[in-house]
Every structure is written in structure tokens, then in C-alpha cells.
Write a protein that binds this ligand. Structure first.
Ligand SMILES: CC(=O)SCCNC(=O)CCNC(=O)[C@H](O)C(C)(C)COP(=O)(O)OP(=O)(O)OC[C@H]1O[C@@H](n2cnc3c(N)ncnc32)[C@H](O)[C@@H]1OP(=O)(O)O
Ligand SMILES: O=CC(=O)O
Ligand SMILES: [Mg+2]
Length: 529
């Protein structure tokens, strides 16, 4: 099938039946206009990231910005939060897949973040089918017959929030003036064009989660895109609301500034813990003093994670903004009640800690976790929709505390093998089109897998990358383990005979043993799909 595209735009992927309903000329026109207006700035900001990374590699340490002290010290608040976003005690998240969209909206959670990002392989079909799913979800017509089950929406559903791709990702199948467009702008513009007015008519609005930003200037770019889009679509300014994931170490130093940039459009901040850990490893990968312990030991109570979580909470409430907690990767464990009890206890503790600290809500990965997370937040909040009024002047977090990277031990052979195993399994699933999988009873997505592959790279290079039995982690050691772990993955994965796992092992070896560090694992992977 062919479709009409605006002058200067080319679509290089197949237009499957139904895709033309999303790729309508006016929607593509909006993509083209936003691209022409903002793509040069996206490229400048990505170049600024690379320049900052070079400085960090050379030993520079981040600090709060001197030039924006007046924003941190100033007395201001974000614009009022709309009714539909006042109560977010439990937010379920998941890839933008039809059955999961229905199950998540029906899950009993207050809100649902549908994901074009960490938990989604951004192949062309997933992206456009995801937009079709969103169109039907917003209109409450989404339905499905699968495996003898009928899926449709309940009368009362969770508030929908959409996560477009981050600034680093392109949509390679859409070119404007010969260049790839931004994946984030593409996802955002199509969603806005098809759904914003319908959502407003239904008493909510276009709400977003914004991932992986590294500075307030990147937030300013989103804000300017919101302003132009609202003008283009004839929507009142301030209609769009966005929650920013603080999931990079550099953004942790600019939380006030990020809220300030988006103050007319802000719906608060979220502690995106998994990408945050990955970002710390990435930004200090060459620092001889930096070396984190086995992935399982780096929890929310590690000193640097605790500092970040508390600073986020304090900053949000000071600005009248919701503070939303991140994701415990534990999921229900079938057929093993004992292990399941331990996993559920882990989620309960995680949500109880966030609620008692003062968070207004938190993320869960699975419908089976909604009730217990809700119980923990309700225990603290009672019948209040949020606890934004709970100020935490007692919290005082310094730059040194944000950078207090511990624990450093233990690093174990089991931990190393775990990282290799999860890395291969996840990359293989991703290449096969599934961006979120259960591995060893944990939710694994692009962010958790990034921790695994970057730890292996770092342990090989750091003088502190030594196993607790005294052996140094080396490229040879990792090369030897990769085929062994690949065999285990082939046995464990439901589609283990898919050639994508063999390819994943090759990519994992290349990524973890090569001298250069791939900025995001999804960048080389995207060129393979
Ligand atoms: C770091 C971050 O970025 S966190 C945010 C990104 N990550 C996520 O959003 C995690 C989303 N979660 C998931 O994808 C899944 O829960 C997984 C992959 C972890 C586990 O999936 P499965 O093993 O298939 O779960 P399970 O078999 O227990 O599912 C039972 C039912 O719940 C549904 N379900 C599971 N998780 C979700 C979810 N997050 N949203 C909606 N429905 C879900 C399944 O579709 C299934 O439905 P069915 O009974 O109608 O067939
Ligand atoms: O997106 C969330 C994260 O933890 O990463
Ligand atoms: Mg993330």
C-alpha cells in the first residue's frame, strides 16, 4: 500500500493494512513541521551530551549548576495538576501491545504508562500498531479475541500516560529532507494528532512520561515542542502534562531546573531507578575509583540511590509537583508459593518505603502487583489523593552524597554470569520483537539490561573489577562464559531456538569486550531490525 506524504518526507517501511489510518497526511505534516523546527536543536543537545561525556571521561565530576542557582533558590511552583492526574498511588507500566494495554487499563491502577520506550522493541510494526492501540484505547473501543478469551475495557479504567522514545533514538523509516526523524517527536506527534482532543472531551488530556533526559535544556526542547504542538492543534497552552523520569545522574543535579522549564506542562518527576544506575556506570566508566558490586546488591538503599530518591521527593513537593517512585523489578512467580511470597514481600517493602518517605505513588510491572502496592500507599495516604503537601525540609542532599557510589563488593562469578545471561537473553528477545521479558523471575527491559552489559564492560576495565575469590574479570573470562550462558538461555527462553539469541551473544561479546563503549545498547540493535 502507498500513502501520500508531505513534500520532503519519505517513508521507507511497508505500510501494512490499517497503518494508513495513523499515517494520515495531516499527522505526517505535524511530524514534518516539528522536525524542521526542532531537529537542529535535538542534534545540538546530543552533541552537548557527547561533549559532556568526554569531560566526565577525563575526570570532571558533576555538581549543581552555578548559573541556575536563582532557579533553585527561587520561590515558584508548577502550574496546578489536572484532576485526572491528582491521584497516582499506583501506576502500572507496559509495552504498547494490544492485550497488555487492555489488561493494564483494567488493572485497578490509578494510571497506566504505556511504553514506546524501555519495554518496547521500536520496530516499525510495534510503533504503528501501538499508535492504533492508543487510538482505540482512548476511544474505549479497544478489544481483542485471543486464546479463547475476550478482552475489552471496563467502565472505569486507569488514566493513560504515554512514554515516547528518548532523544537518542531515531525513527529510521521516516526521513524529512533526507534525514531520519526523532523517534520521540514521531511517537509524540502521532499520538497528539489522533488523541489529544478526544482525551480532553473525555475529561482527561494528553499526558506523557519523558525519558532519559540529561539536562534542563533537553526539557526546554520538549517544552517548546509542546507549545508549538498546542498552537498547531488549536489546544490551550498548558493542556499537555508531562512527568519527567529522573534517570540519569546528570539530570539529578538539575531537578529544579527541569521542573522549572516545564512548569506550565509539568506533572512532576519519577525516580527511574534502572536507567539511573546504568547512567552512573556509563558516566563514570573510566573512573578508576568507580566500580559497583553485583547488580543485585545495588538497591534503593545503596547510599547514592537513597540520596537521589530523597532529593527527588524533596524537590517535587517544594514545587507542588507529584513525586512518583520507580519500578521494583519483582513480578509474581507462578508455581512456587514460597518464592512468590518473598517476591511479593520485596514489592511491598519497596512501596512502603516510598510511601513513608512521602512519595505520591509508584510503578508496578504487572497487574498482580496493583493491589498490594495500593495497600501500601493507602496505608500512608488514607483517602487523600496524594501527599504533595508533605514537605521534607529535613532532607539535605549534597553533590558528594549523590556521587557516593557504594556498594563496591561483592563482585562474584555468579553475578558476572547473571549479567551475561540476562544480557544475551534480553538482547535476543528484543531482536525478536519483544522488549520486555521475565528472566529468572524478574522483569527485564532495556534499562535493566543496560546495567548488565555495562557492568561487564566496566568490570573488565576497572582495576576494581575483581571477583571475590581474587580473579580479575577479563575479556577472555567473559568470552569463555558467553557460549556457556548462551546454551542456558536457549534452554530457558520460550523461543530459545530463534537465531536471534545466537546473534545476541555475538553482539553482547562485541559490546562488552570492545574498547569503545556503546552509548545505548538499543542504538546498534536498532540497526539490526
Ligand atoms: C525500567 C523501566 O523502564 S520499567 C517500565 C518498563 N517495564 C515494564 O513496563 C514492565 C511490563 N511488564 C511486562 O511486560 C510483563 O509483566 C513481564 C514481561 C515482566 C512478565 O510477563 P508475563 O510473564 O507474560 O506475565 P504473566 O504470564 O504473569 O501475565 C499474566 C497476565 O497479565 C498480563 N500482564 C502482565 N504484565 C502486564 C502489564 N505490565 N500490563 C498489562 N498486562 C500485563 C499478561 O498479558 C497476562 O494476561 P492474560 O492472563 O490475559 O494472558
Ligand atoms: O524507566 C525507568 C527506569 O527505571 O529506567
Ligand atoms: Mg528508563
Amino acid at each position: 500500500m502507498t500513502i501520500a506524504t508531505p513534500a520532503g518526507m519519505e517513508i521507507t517501511a511497508a505500510i501494512q493494512p490499517g497503518f494508513e489510518q495513523i499515517l494520515v497526511p495531516e499527522a505526517l505534516e505535524l511530524v514534518a513541521r516539528l522536525t524542521r523546527a526542532f531537529e537542529p536543536r535535538r542534534q545540538q543537545l546530543l552533541a552537548a551530551r557527547a561533549e559532556r561525556a568526554r569531560r566526565l571521561d577525563a575526570g570532571e565530576r558533576p555538581d549543581f549548576l552555578p548559573d541556575t542557582a536563582h532557579i533553585r533558590d527561587g520561590d515558584w511552583k508548577i502550574a496546578p495538576i489536572p484532576k485526572a492526574l491528582e491521584c497516582r498511588r499506583v501506576e502500572i507500566t507496559g509495552p504498547v501491545e494490544r492485550k497488555m494495554v487492555i489488561n493494564a487499563l483494567n488493572s485497578g491502577a490509578d494510571s497506566y504508562m504505556t511504553d514506546f520506550e524501555d519495554s518496547n522493541t521500536p520496530n516499525w510494526d510495534n510503533q504503528i500498531t501501538g499508535q492504533l492501540n492508543m487510538r482505540d484505547a482512548v476511544r474505549h473501543t479497544i478489544a481483542l479475541e485471543q486464546n479463547g478469551k475476550s478482552y475489552k475495557l471496563n467502565d472505569k479504567v486507569a488514566t493513560l500516560v504515554v512514554r515516547p522514545r528518548g532523544w537518542h533514538l531515531d525513527e529510521k523509516h521516516v526521513l524529512v529532507d533526507g534525514k531520519r526523524v526523532s523517534g520521540g517527536i514521531f511517537d509524540f506527534a502521532l499520538f497528539m494528532f489522533h488523541n489529544a482532543k478526544e482525551q480532553l472531551a473525555r475529561g482527561a488530556g494528553p499526558y506523557f512520561y519523558l525519558p532519559k533526559m540529561e539536562s534542563h535544556l533537553e526539557a526546554r526542547l520538549w517544552n517548546d515542542i509542546f507549545v508549538m504542538t498546542q498552537n498547531e492543534l488549536g489546544l490551550p497552552q498548558g493542556t499537555i502534562k508531562a512527568t519527567v523520569l529522573i534517570e540519569t545522574i546528570l539530570a539529578a543535579f538539575e531537578m529544579d531546573e527541569i521542573l522549572y522549564e516545564l512548569r506550565e506542562h509539568s506533572a512532576g518527576l519519577n525516580a527511574g531507578r534502572w536507567d539511573y544506575i546504568f547512567s552512573c556506570i556509563k558516566k563514570f566508566k573510566l573512573d578508576k575509583d568507580f566500580c559497583l558490586a553485583d547488580r543485585a546488591k545495588v538497591t534503593m538503599t545503596a547510599p547514592f540511590m537513597r540520596a537521589y530518591a530523597l532529593l527527588l521527593l524533596k524537590t517535587c513537593h517544594k514545587r507542588g509537583a507529584p513525586a512518583i517512585g520507580g519500578m521494583a523489578a519483582l513480578i509474581p512467580i507462578k508455581n512456587d508459593p514460597e518464592k512468590n511470597d518473598i517476591a511479593m514481600g520485596g514489592v511491598r517493602n519497596d512501596k512502603a518505603r516510598d510511601a513513608l518517605d512521602g512519595y505520591d505513588g509508584g510503578w508496578v510491572a504487572h497487574p498482580g502487583l496493583v493491589k498490594l502496592a495500593m495497600t501500601e500507599f493507602t496505608r500512608v495516604l488514607g483517602d487523600k489523593p496524594n501527599q504533595i503537601d508533605k514537605q521534607r525540609p529535613d532532607i539535605d542532599v549534597s553533590a558528594a552524597e549523590l556521587l557516593d557510589f557504594k556498594p563496591e563488593a561483592p563482585i562474584t562469578e555468579a553475578g558476572l554470569r547473571y549479567n551475561i545471561n540476562v544480557g544475551i537473553h534480553y538482547l535476543g528477545a528484543w531482536l525478536a520483537g519483544n522488549g520486555c521479558v521475565p528472566i529468572h523471575n524478574l522483569m527485564e527491559d532495556a534499562a535493566t539490561a543496560e546495567i548488565s552489559r555495562s557492568q561487564v564492560w566496566q568490570w573488565i576495565r576497572s582495576t576494581k573489577g575483581v571477583l571475590e575469590d581474587g580473579r580479575k574479570v577479563t575479556a577472555e573470562m567473559v568470552r569463555e562464559m558467553i557460549p556457556q550462558e548462551l546454551e542456558k538461555v536457549k534452554g530457558d527462553a520460550p523461543n530459545g531456538d530463534n537465531p536471534s539469541y545466537v546473534r545476541a551473544a555475538e553482539i553482547f561479546e562485541q559490546m562488552s569486550t570492545s574498547e569503545s563503549f556503546a552509548e545505548f545498547l538499543t542504538l546498534p540493535l536498532y540497526e539490526e531490525i
